[in-house]
Design a binder for this molecule. Structure first.
Ligand SMILES: Nc1nc2c(ncn2[C@@H]2O[C@H](COP(=O)(O)OP(=O)(O)O)[C@@H](O)[C@H]2O)c(=O)[nH]1
Ligand SMILES: [Mg+2]
Length: 321
């Protein structure tokens, strides 16, 4: 048994150290990490993947924390990913989140990991996809993805989720911010957290007003749930909404479509990896200089050369593994 296969079976045994190790491979995007994700993908597809997004300070991490406790109480195993596209390092906020979450959720049914952007954003959404696949295969029933930051990065990462909750808080003008960030479109459930504060009803009404503009025709109309994450209030209703949305996805066939899309994604990633690897090999080989000069001088077309390279590669013994 090679190292990847060995890790796969330990992950399926739900061994925490194996899960941690696999996530590190995935985060580094090593060859082993890529192979691991490919091997685990067929074993994934059971978890409910839930995105949690919203402006900093609205209470996302607190909500993840109390949601996790409530889900645990109901017997679900919970995987948590805190994704930070804005920071190239594990910054203070994320570190604080990590500590706070670990305090309350330390049993075997919970696994928490932070993913920070190390380079380009594509790498981060890829790492998130791999991490979700791994946690799913490891038997976590619910996977919560909290993203920090806003805009396109968030949208990209949230496309991995089956159900995305947009969290807002009263009194921050967040309703307006949400529209600006284009966040309204990606939410299937809206959470007005800090409902212990003045203005929660106003915020809820503002969201409802914005949602009714052009959303009546949809089969799923996003519910708006008020919570006090700090005291665990409103979680029953929130979990109910999540379950309903999951049911809706399943009934409507959207869940199967999402899985189809993810399968296509896995194949595309494998193809890109293969091309990447082989291109590096060709560049290191004899004949590269001549080829490069032919293209530079216009003697040959770049696409024609690329096609010839691909053809010669598929004739070899390269099977992409
Ligand atoms: N009053 C009140 N404060 C809350 C509630 N939930 C979270 N907070 C506080 O809001 C602040 C930001 O919370 P955090 O979870 O870090 O927000 P995040 O940046 O969205 O992850 C913290 O000081 C929390 O204690 C709530 O329901 N009510
Ligand atoms: Mg947070």
């Amino acid at each position: 048994m090679n190292e990847v296969d060995g890790l796969v079976s330990r992950i399926l045994e739900r061994e925490k150290r194996a899960i941690a190790r696999g996530l590190t491979w995935v985060e580094r995007d090593s060859e082993d990490g890529k192979a691991l994700v490919r091997a685990l993908f067929p074993l994934a597809g059971k978890a409910h993947i839930v995105g949690i997004t919203g402006a900093p300070g609205v209470g996302k991490s607190t909500l993840v924390n109390s949601l996790t406790l409530e889900l645990r109480r109901r017997g679900a195993r919970v995987g948590i990913l805190a994704v930070d596209p804005s920071s190239p390092f594990s910054g203070g906020a994320i570190l604080g989140d990590r500590i706070r979450m670990q305090e309350s959720v330390m049993d075997d049914g919970v696994f928490m990991r932070s993913l920070a952007s190390r380079g380009h954003l594509g790498g981060l959404s890829r790492a998130t996809f791999g991490a979700v696949t791994l946690m799913d295969a490891a038997g976590f029933d619910v996977i919560l993805i909290e993203t920090v930051g806003a805009g396109q990065s968030e949208v990209e990462i949230m496309q991995l989720a089956h159900s995305t909750m947009v969290v807002l808080a009263p009194g921050l003008g967040d309703d307006i911010q949400a529209i600006k960030a284009g966040i309204l479109e990606i939410g299937q459930i809206f959470v007005v957290n800090k409902a212990d504060r003045d203005g929660a009803d106003h915020t809820a009404r503002a969201i409802r007003g914005m949602l009714t503009l052009g959303m009546q025709h949809l089969d799923w109309f996003p519910p708006i749930v008020k919570t006090v994450a700090e005291h665990g209030e409103g979680l029953g209703e929130l979990i109910g909404s999540l379950e309903k949305h999951r049911e809706y996805l399943s009934q409507s066939g959207e869940l199967a479509l999402i899985r189809d899309g993810q399968t296509a994604h896995v194949i595309q990633l494998a193809m890109e990896d293969w091309v990447d690897r082989e291109f590096r090999r060709v560049k290191a080989g004899a004949g590269w200089d001549a080829l490069r000069q032919q293209v530079a001088s216009g003697a040959r077309d770049a696409a024609e050369v690329a096609l010839e390279m691909l053809r010669s590669l598929t004739e070899g013994d390269n099977n992409g593994s």
